[in-house]
Design a protein. Structure first.
Length: 202
């Protein structure tokens, strides 16, 4: 990312000449208070929000809203979305999602730690279970870039540890950006962490 800027209405820039280089296989944490622009930054990378200025490059190629293959390389997990059907099981929800993208879903590939969830209807999941299923859906197609917006939200200590294990064992080659509210949220999973404050990374 090179000199990314973003403002809303007449407010000061929420992102101000922000630049960051992320290599494949690295895990970068971005932490800060609510409203500082963490989610906006991930949404810009995912081409869901357009920056006012700045560019994003991948392997030296400029990418943007009209880049044909950029979104295929990315999986973006928002802390607020789910997109699952309440009366379907975890298995059936993943079957449906894979079919939408003309992909084959092999149930035998489900990690052992997730299998206790998969026969249950989604409406019976706790918030932590829902978060873990959404995370697996994001990583199971082995994206080049994984954008995780507060992935440990709603997780107790046990599910947090399981989620970290899932990320470490299934995302070794991906470039991953995490967001969180504080450094302790991210320290155990990230190679590098930055604070986002006043539109700048520290």
């Amino acid at each position: 990312m090179n000199s990314i800027c973003k403002s809303f209405a007449k407010s000061p820039p929420i992102l101000d000449q922000l630049s960051l280089r992320v290599e494949s296989g690295t895990r970068i944490g971005i932490f800060g208070k609510n409203g500082v622009g963490k989610s906006t930054l991930l949404r810009i990378i995912a081409t869901l929000v357009q920056p006012d200025k700045g560019e994003i490059y991948w392997n030296g190629t400029l990418v943007g809203f009209d880049h044909p293959n950029w979104r295929k390389k990315i999986r973006y997990l928002s802390g607020e979305e789910n997109g699952f059907f309440s009366q379907l099981t975890g298995y059936d929800n993943l079957d449906f999602w894979f079919a939408q993208y003309s992909l084959h879903f092999d149930r035998s590939n489900i990690p052992e730690l997730l299998r206790p969830l998969m026969e249950k209807e989604y409406q019976l999941y706790s918030s932590g279970m829902k978060q873990m299923l959404a995370l697996y859906r994001a990583i199971c197609t082995e994206p080049s870039i994984l954008l995780l917006d507060e992935p440990f939200k709603h997780l107790d200590s046990e599910n947090r540890a399981l989620t970290m294990e899932l990320i470490k064992t299934h995302c070794e080659k991906a470039a991953i950006l995490f967001t969180g509210h504080s450094l302790p949220d991210l320290a155990n999973i990230c190679n590098h962490s930055y604070e986002l404050k006043n539109g700048i990374l520290f």
